[in-house]
Design a protein around this ligand. Structure first.
Ligand SMILES: [Mg+2]
Length: 369
């Protein structure tokens, strides 16, 4: 099996890929969380790699946990964003070694999974949003959609006056029956306003109400969950396992939404999924861009018994997220009939574009000699 002898990063401001190599010559590719990825690469080489070099690769969770303990003075998002690069590279390595996709290592199997088309835009009129989502329904067969209400951490102030009251019925009615309707408030509302918006959602057939209140205010979120019949969901920013335990125990949400990359990788995300399963809650992870996060999430959803109804699939393209273009060879995000196929090749089953790697900033940590 060998021990980890080299950890390399290939980064720009948005994306940081990681290559792990053992002294036996095994390799695996992973990714740190997106955005400020150049900073995350520094954290990776300073606070993750030194503890990982020389270590065995068989117990991924054990290694991740040990690194958290070694860096216990630095809890938080950056440490997890960096840890995700190590964790996901080691899962890929594990899969490549035995010639199997990660989904199989997690006791699932490659299959087609239903996706919901996820809008990232608020700076779009209700009419334009309705038109583009209907086009995706007709052209690509999606039967589930998420759009945005309120404003990010908006304190009850909409993106512009009246937008929420307009965008909910406009989009919901345009999409029509037989389509799952989801909205995301991104921490936008107080409980009172969130419940008022929730009534509108119920009336318009929306079934998933994401992050209605500031996400760190679990009691506020629970107030909304208790008041409404539809599913209140959340957790995408949360990485702390104690917070997750509390959120699940108090039933702050009906559906948990960990992000594999914000969580620090697959091993820690599995803990959240299992905690939720024990409490009878399903898990619909957050995967809001077309980097490795969506690939890892596909493998996870193919394996966990409490997988939610669909994969989050960002519909934004080169105009909105130019940085996510050309990360991989081929098209691992091809959509057929509103579904995506979990890659069935070894590891994550994707190949990172060598031209992208060539253009990225390169750093390495390795054992001397
Ligand atoms: Mg969200």
């Amino acid at each position: 099996m060998g021990n980890i002898s080299r950890l390399e990063t290939f980064s720009n401001e948005f994306v940081c890929f990681v290559r792990a190599t053992t002294d036996g010559g095994a390799t695996g590719w992973g990714q740190c969380s997106t955005y400020n990825a150049d900073i995350t690469a520094q954290v990776f080489h300073r606070q993750v790699a030194p503890h990982a070099l020389g270590q065995a690769t068989d117990d991924i969770f054990g290694l991740v946990q040990r690194i958290e303990e070694k860096e216990h003075k630095f809890p938080g998002s950056y440490r997890c964003r960096a840890l995700a690069g190590l964790d996901t590279a080691l899962w890929d390595m594990k899969g490549r070694r035995v010639g199997r996709p990660v989904v199989e290592l997690l006791d699932g199997e490659p299959c087609a999974i239903r996706a919901y088309a996820s809008s990232m835009k608020r700076d779009i009129t209700p009419e334009d949003e309705a038109a583009r989502l209907c086009r995706l329904r007709d052209e690509q067969g999606f039967d589930a959609f998420k759009w945005r209400v309120g404003a990010e951490c908006g304190r009850d102030v909409d993106e512009w006056p009246g937008r929420t009251e307009a965008v909910v019925p406009t989009v919901a009615r345009a999409l029509g029956d037989g389509v799952a309707k989801l909205v995301d408030a991104n921490s936008g509302f107080s409980p009172a306003r969130a419940i008022e918006v929730g009534r509108l959602l119920e009336a318009e057939g929306v079934s998933h109400y994401e992050e209605p209140c500031p996400y760190w205010e679990l009691a506020q979120t629970k107030e909304v969950t208790d008041a409404l019949d539809i599913d209140v969901t959340g957790g995408e920013q949360d990485w702390d396992l104690a917070t997750w335990a509390r959120m699940i125990e108090m039933r702050a949400v009906d559906i948990v939404q960990p992000d594999v990359m914000y969580m620090g990788g697959i091993a820690r995300t599995l803990l959240v999924a299992r905690m939720a399963a024990k409490a009878g809650l399903s898990c619909t992870p957050h995967s809001a861009n077309l980097s490795l996060v969506t690939i890892c999430t596909m493998h996870l959803l193919g394996a966990i018994p409490n997988a939610g109804k669909y994969l989050e699939f960002s519909i934004e393209g080169a105009d909105y997220y130019p940085w996510q273009q050309n990360l991989f060879l081929g098209d691992p995000f091809a959509v057929h009939d509103g579904k995506l196929c979990i890659p069935d090749g070894p590891g994550w089953g994707v190949e990172i574009n060598p031209a992208w790697l060539d253009a990225a900033a390169y750093q390495k940590s390795e054992i001397e000699g």
